[in-house]
Design a protein around this ligand. Structure first.
Ligand code: ADP
Ligand code: ASP
Ligand code: MG
Length: 411
């Protein structure tokens, strides 16, 4: 008998009919001999609707109350799925995050799971009950409801799979696996049979919203076999696992990720002295603003320029801080630009291949796309470009690295 954790995302539980279809799938898996824990998201659009209600009252609502509010979306789904399962004759019980002891820190809106006490779930599973758990939520030490950040139900599922030592964690969604890039942007993107944790982590960190970053971190840390598959059609999906043995045959680039969530800030004419980077970037970090790409350059006259990116939501605050720092340092000017996008190519094959970066730059050059910033890791190269060229860049790189599916029109 295998213990499987299944997670169904918002679209998969978007209507009562879809919840009933999920119940059928769960019942089928149980009939074939599996013990099942099912994690669900809020019905699609619900979390955004709840956030909208809060914003109608206060543009910056209290984060504690916000968590009490947005966690209700998942509670609706667990109850409905519990009912649908019982209607099919499956013994099921639904639980909120705190009821199954998902303990988190108290960082409302972006809480981290610290511990899960699996006893209650294990007792139900022993008794043949399907356990339905609300994703995205937990409670802190004092019992306050917390949420795990957007897309957090993925992390609930993987954390439960790790805590219960499950045989597999299956993420059911509206695509049939992880693709070489978002299939909504590149129609010739291809499903990957396998991808490594490291690659998936880079894809998620660089903007592929198919899995929450933290869920991939968890899966890698506890070696939870993770599979992304379709709620609507049968198929093997994509297995995310440790390094591929047949890596030699792998493409150099496995996938392309992108995002439009960042903005770029530049401070020019600062002195080229020890401690200046700390003064500039330290002040931004001290304001709890996350910094992503950083580039520093020194001109002939010994004045330095630092450019970095932050989340667009933090741009106004970061720009204000940077202007203050510029005044303190006697810098020349500060520029802010939120019309940028980040594109990354990802692949473990890069470790053993040279010339990948120049191939990337060549593909972009051929399309006349200017590169503003470049940053690399062992298995990833990221460029920042003007936002309006994003889709063109992704398509050019997708075909440039040979990832396009064969054109059906050309047989
Ligand atoms: P769920 O509601 O099930 O959690 P999400 O919307 O969070 O689903 O994630 C699924 C979506 O992720 C897909 O509809 C697809 O548009 C998007 N996506 C982005 N990058 C990729 C990728 N590389 N492969 C597959 N889907 C991707
Ligand atoms: N409902 C939450 C969201 O929309 C969590 C999730 O779906 O994973 O972000
Ligand atoms: Mg999701």
């Amino acid at each position: 008998m295998s213990l499987i954790v299944q997670k169904y995302g918002g679209t998969s539980v978007g209507t009562v009919e879809r919840i009933q279809a999920v119940a059928e799938k769960v019942a089928k898996s149980q009939r074939s001999g599996n013990q099942l824990v099912v994690v669900v998201s809020a019905m699609s659009g619900e979390t955004n609707r709840l956030i909208g209600l809060a914003k109608d009252i206060d543009a910056e609502p209290c984060l504690r109350e916000m968590d009490v509010l947005v966690s209700t979306g998942e509670q609706v789904t667990i109850a409905l799925l519990g009912m649908a399962l019982k209607k099919l004759g499956v013994e099921a019980r639904s639980y909120t995050g705190s009821q199954v002891c998902i303990l988190t820190d108290n960082a409302h809106g972006k809480a981290r799971i610290q511990d899960i006490d699996g006893h209650r779930i294990e007792a139900d599973l022993e008794a043949g009950v399907v356990v339905v758990v609300a994703g995205f939520q937990g409670a802190d030490e004092e019992g306050n409801i917390t949420t795990l950040g957007r897309g957090g139900s993925d992390t609930t599922a993987v954390a439960l799979a790790a805590a219960l030592n499950a045989d597999e964690c299956q993420i059911y969604t509206d695509v049939d696996g992880v693709y070489t890039t978002d299939p909504r942007v590149v129609s010739r993107a291809q499903r990957l049979d396998k991808i490594t944790f490291d690659e998936m982590l880079e894809m998620a960190s660089q903007g592929s919203k198919i899995l929450q970053i933290r869920s991939v971190e968890f899966a890698g840390k506890y070696n939870v076999p993770l599979r992304v598959m379709s709620s609507f059609e049968e198929g093997p999906g994509t297995l995310i696992s440790l390094e591929d043995e047949d890596q030699m045959e792998k493409a150099v680039v496995s996938g392309i990720a992108f995002n439009r969530d960042e903005a770029k800030l530049t401070i020019r004419g600062i002195p080229d002295q020890p401690g200046v980077a700390y003064k500039v970037l330290g002040a931004i970090s001290a304001a709890n603003i996350e910094i992503d790409v950083i580039v520093q350059n020194v001109a002939k006259d010994n004045s330095a320029t630092i450019t970095f990116t932050v989340h667009r939501n933090d741009l106004t605050q970061a720009e204000k801080l940077l202007k203050q720092i510029a005044t303190d340092l006697g810098a020349q000017e500060v520029d802010a630009d939120d019309r940028i996008a980040k594109v990354s190519i990802v692949g473990v094959g890069m470790r053993s291949h040279a010339g990948v970066a120049s191939q990337m730059f060549e593909s972009l050059a051929k399309e006349g796309i200017n590169i503003q910033l470049i940053t690399t890791s062992e298995i990833k190269i990221t460029v920042v470009i003007e936002e309006r060229y994003l889709e063109l860049a992704v398509r050019a790189l997708h075909s440039g690295f040979g990832l396009d599916a064969p054109d059906p029109e050309q047989g």
